[in-house]
Design a protein around this ligand. Structure first.
Ligand code: NAD
Length: 481
């Protein structure tokens, strides 16, 4: 007979990881989950054995073979040199969507937001997490924020498909495109384009600062929220915390081939080995996993038993409240309490209803557009220059220009300081010097300008080409320009 069980890779991780993984698996098996597990070792032991990635080649092979990975939290050792395994896994396996439901369990778990029920969909592969950082001058370091059209399309389409599948009514986008017009601007633009394909789902965009404030104050105003990586990282923790506790939330990291499921919290080393940790976060991750592999009935059964356990006041220390909770339990006792309730449903809390849903998503594959008309208009030469007076720099650099390839502007940390800067503007040793032409500008002009700058003794630390795409200038102006 064909084996209908899905083999999943598991990693028990560090700290409280093994305890919450054992509790979670015990519940899954008791509920009849059709899974087999293959265990790998990742995390602290692997790091400390001298492998700075925290995972061996053999473990990667297992993860890629089974495609579904349930991971307990791991400890990243303090000190430089150790790469975050979470970030590496997400990027290596192309897990572009991080999905984190944050639902209030009021009145059984304290929260100021009894009606909260939101899902954060966070872009998981790019943005500032490309991890491309450089020191450029004595005083200035930089981190590249990379946002791509395929990255935006994939995550935004995922958010709308998720909303459709889960019968959610609205998708909100958070960006800071009033400041970052190119990067966050692209995310917002793609959101508007894709929203049009889903006329039955409401859509809106908020500037992230006021959006975040609104979410922290009135989360019930939101449903699904999609955002770039860094904002999503921060706000998904805020959302989990204001729903009740970071200890209660799980997340899914979804890719085209593989998927990883986890609790959102860390390995809580101080609680390790005491059998006190709350296994709910990892259990929620496992419920997302069961839905993902089509075992929706089991997922529903477990979630309802879990809700009933919480409702019955059976709480681990982190959510236990004297007078409100009924019994303070250990990790394993909590798991047993969920197992005892496997055929029960919550009375007050909203029942889970997953059965019959098809959770497998067929997303339209990304289609590269035909290339735009791209024209070079000039170049920004970035200099390490220790002088203080921008007028002096402007004067010296004017002799670097030739023909109509002339210096048009100097900025310092983005603000225009030449021509006609303000005496009050504070300047570092990092200067962006923009050369443009009235006529054609070529790659050879860039090399010639760099060469001339070198001959005058300038330290050119990098260049950025200034392009227009399809007739539209595609670079930021200087602030104050
Ligand atoms: P943490 O989430 O481990 O702990 C923060 C606080 O929450 C602690 O006070 C802890 O007692 C409590 N807590 C967390 N999970 C709990 C649970 N299930 N039940 C009860 N209480 C719980 O965060 P941290 O202390 O900043 O990080 C510890 C380690 O975890 C670090 O090495 C960090 O790198 C790692 N980490 C791993 C992941 C992951 O693997 N996904 C995520 C975050 C942090």
């Amino acid at each position: 007979m064909k084996n209908l069980k899905t083999t999943i890779t598991i990693a028990k991780g560090d700290g409280i990881g093994p305890e919450i993984m054992d509790a979670t698996l015990k519940i899954l098996y008791a509920a009849g989950a059709q899974i087999e597990t293959e265990e790998i070792e990742v995390g602290e032991k692997v790091y400390l054995s001298g492998n700075t990635s925290g995972i061996s080649k053999a473990s990667w092979d297992v993860i890629r073979k089974n495609k579904i990975f349930l991971k307990a939290p791991i400890t990243t050792p303090q000190g430089g040199g150790y790469k975050s395994l979470n970030v590496t896994t997400r990027k290596f396996l192309g897990l572009y969507a991080n999905v984190r439901p944050c639902v209030s369990l009021y009145p059984f778990v304290e929260t100021k937001h009894p009606k909260m029920d939101i899902v954060i969909v966070r872009e998981n592969e790019e943005d500032l997490y490309a991890g491309i950082e450089h020191q450029q001058t004595d005083e200035v370091v930089q981190c590249l924020k990379l946002i791509s059209r395929p990255g935006c399309e994939k995550i935004i389409r995922y958010a709308f498909e998720y909303a459709k599948q889960q019968n959610r009514k609205k998708v909100t986008c958070f960006t800071k495109d009033n400041i970052m017009k190119q990067t966050d601007g692209l995310f917002h633009q793609v959101f508007d384009e894709i929203a049009k394909e889903y006329p039955d789902i409401e859509n809106e965009h908020w500037i992230i600062d006021i959006g975040a404030a609104k979410m922290a104050d009135t989360p019930e105003a939101f449903d699904v929220i999609v955002m770039p990586n860094l904002y999503g990282d921060v706000l998904s923790d805020v959302a989990a915390q204001i729903a009740g506790s970071v200890g209660l939330a799980g997340s899914a990291n979804i890719g085209e081939e593989c998927a990883m499921f986890e609790a959102i919290h860390g390995s809580a080393p101080r609680r390790a080995g005491q059998n006190v940790a709350n296994p709910s976060g990892l259990l929620q991750g496992a419920i997302l996993m069961l839905n993902h592999i089509g075992q929706t009935e089991i997922a529903e059964k477990i979630n309802n038993a879990w809700l009933k356990t919480i409702e019955d006041g059976i709480h681990t220390y982190d959510i236990y409240k004297e007078g409100k909770s009924k019994q303070k339990v250990s990790t394993s006792e909590f798991a047993d309490a969920v197992i005892e309730r496997l055929n029960q449903r919550p009375v007050q809390l909203k029942e889970a209803n997953f059965s019959g849903n098809n959770y497998t998503m067929q997303l339209k594959p990304y289609q590269r557009k035909s290339p735009a008309r791209k024209k070079l208009l000039g170049v920004d030469l970035f200099l390490h220059w220790s002088g203080l007076n921008p007028d002096e720099l402007g004067e010296q650099l004017q002799s670097v220009g030739y023909d109509d390839k002339q210096l048009s502007m100097i900025t310092n940390r983005g603000i225009k300081v030449w021509p006609e800067g303000f005496r009050e503007t504070f300047c570092t040793d990092h200067w962006r010097c923009r050369f443009k032409a009235n006529s054609d500008f070529t790659q050879e002009d860039i090399i010639k300008l760099m060469q001339k700058a070198r001959e005058k003794g300038f330290d050119v630390i990098k260049t950025e080409n200034l392009y227009e795409f399809d007739g539209k200038p595609a670079f930021s102006l200087g602030q104050g320009q």
